[in-house]
Design a protein around this ligand. Sequence first.
Ligand code: PLP
Length: 230
Amino acid sequence: MNLEERVQQVHKQIEEACLRSGRSAEDVNIVAVTKYVSTAMAAKVLDSGLEHLGENRWQNAEEKWNALGQRGTWHFIGHLQSNKVKDVIGKFEYIHSLDRLSLAKEMEKSAAAQGLVIKTFVQVNISGEDSKYGLAPEDTADFLRKIQGFSHIRVIGLMTMAPFEDRAEDTRMVFRGLRELRDDLNLQGITKEPLTELSMGMSNDFEVAIEEGATWIRLGSVLVGKEEEE
Ligand SMILES: *Cc1c(COP(=O)(O)O)cnc(C)c1O
């Protein structure tokens, strides 16, 4: 399949997952993850009409951003080291991986210096795997309280990564857990505005994530492809 066909196929799968779960496809946003591909391919992704691009490392993103940064909306989706914050603030409108107070402090400082408010997801490790970044679910409320006064960070929702499963269905409880946590945090009324967004679902499991309420799915291989396939 070429890019156009993959885009169509993904849209069809999104619509079907929405039908199954009584949701509207308009509420599901696609972040096209370009980390496996070249600048030329990332340009094609934008040409195809996709607006949101995701990268997980500044080192990989730099060349693409320098060429294409004025187009599209950029999402930083990977683990963010504090010493890279100054590189990404001002370039990436969304950060999906806020997972510790030291990072929040760096982001706040950098965003304040540039007069920006950064749309942010707090990353939560729902599955509890050691290999995954993210706050423990039970620490999330306290974390949100601690960063309440950070006026340059706007937490819009939560993000998680599910373990890779051969059967996507086996990821469902992870995605459901993130949704329930979000709903519970909203009931507690910790944030000024309710958390509306859920960043969850990748190539292998995005349909299940949509059924469980994803509002942002992050798709690399299934959508953008990997360079050797082009
Ligand atoms: C690479 C990556 C993705 C996309 O992965 P695919 O399985 O290729 O869709 C999504 N989210 C994060 C955080 C990633 O690093």
